[in-house]
Design a protein. Sequence first.
Length: 115
Amino acid sequence: VQLQASGGGSVQAGGSLRLSCAASGITFSNYAMGWYRQAPGKQRELVALISSDGSTNYADSVKGRFTITRANSKNTVYLQMNSLKPENTAVYFCKASSNSGIYYWGKGTQVTVSS
């Protein structure tokens, strides 16, 4: 199983980035997909989640600015991040979770937002 995250980078506050996470080795459509982030010195936290049926959940801090989508035909989940703030600086990880409790983490991608 491999989850390959990409799309991170450095942007100024107010800018946008689109993260992608391509999965292989799993039946992607059966998995809930999530984006998490971990800032230096802080615990990893949930950013956004999309279930296998397409329903979504967001952390309050990103509601209205971030959008999670999935393309089952491409085994890929996306995170569109708009109106980025310096406090959004973190390493962003994707996670695939099955209903049976099996989950997989991808390697992170760094997002840096400067003021």
